[in-house]
Design a protein around this ligand. Sequence first.
Ligand code: SF4
Ligand code: SF4
Ligand code: SF4
Length: 232
Amino acid sequence: MSYSFFIDTERCTACRACQVACKQWHDLPAEKTQNWGTFQNPPDLSFMTYKLVRMKEEVIDGKLRWLFLPEQCRHCIEPPCLETADDPQAIYKDEKTGAVIFTANTKNLDANEIIESCPYNIPRKAADGTLAKCDMCNDRVTNGLLPACVQTCPTGAMNFGEREDMLSLADQRLAQVRKKYSKAQLVDSDDVNVIYLITAAPSDYHRNLMAAAGVHGFTRQMALKKMMRPFG
Ligand code: SF4
Ligand code: SF4
Ligand code: SF4
């Protein structure tokens, strides 16, 4: 069994309660930022920002639309970061929940190699080389609580539960949302445990929202590592 998120962007108002809740639960400091012409703040994920509500304005079919994307690690079913690290002391998967966890031992890895292996450009590096990202609030989940971002979302955009239930909710919402937005789709739902419902093209939200064709699950680094492993 594994757990999944279903993130229904059609219901997201960009209130950023999820972003703040993530900081609070992980005791992460705020970041110094400046106005760069958008409400999106800070500008990007970082070693101390695991969740970021991305905001874009796009003209789609002649109408101005605001597109909101509460972004986080996708907890991939076959995580390229984990395969690339090949070190369970540094990156491992909790098989009970499906959470992909980075430990302090990530500082012993080749950080750039791990970052490049991620099809969604999620891991971020601290000054000492340690890598960090969303951990699915695995401490909360293994104690029967919802992830902090899901617990706090006031609109029903963030959902969390057993994978089969989330897939079924996602399919149900997709059918409803398609009546209004014909381009609505679920993103990479077979490959990840964070399933986004979007109402426009993936690239309208963010360049890394969808894994590039052929990239997910098997990167160049993984191929090289596999070739160099001893037999047996
Ligand atoms: Fe969107 Fe919910 Fe996050 Fe608010 S808390 S930004 S509605 S996902
Ligand atoms: Fe790893 Fe990136 Fe997948 Fe997260 S999204 S599990 S960091 S490969
Ligand atoms: Fe942050 Fe936890 Fe939500 Fe991940 S699951 S984005 S760590 S609050």
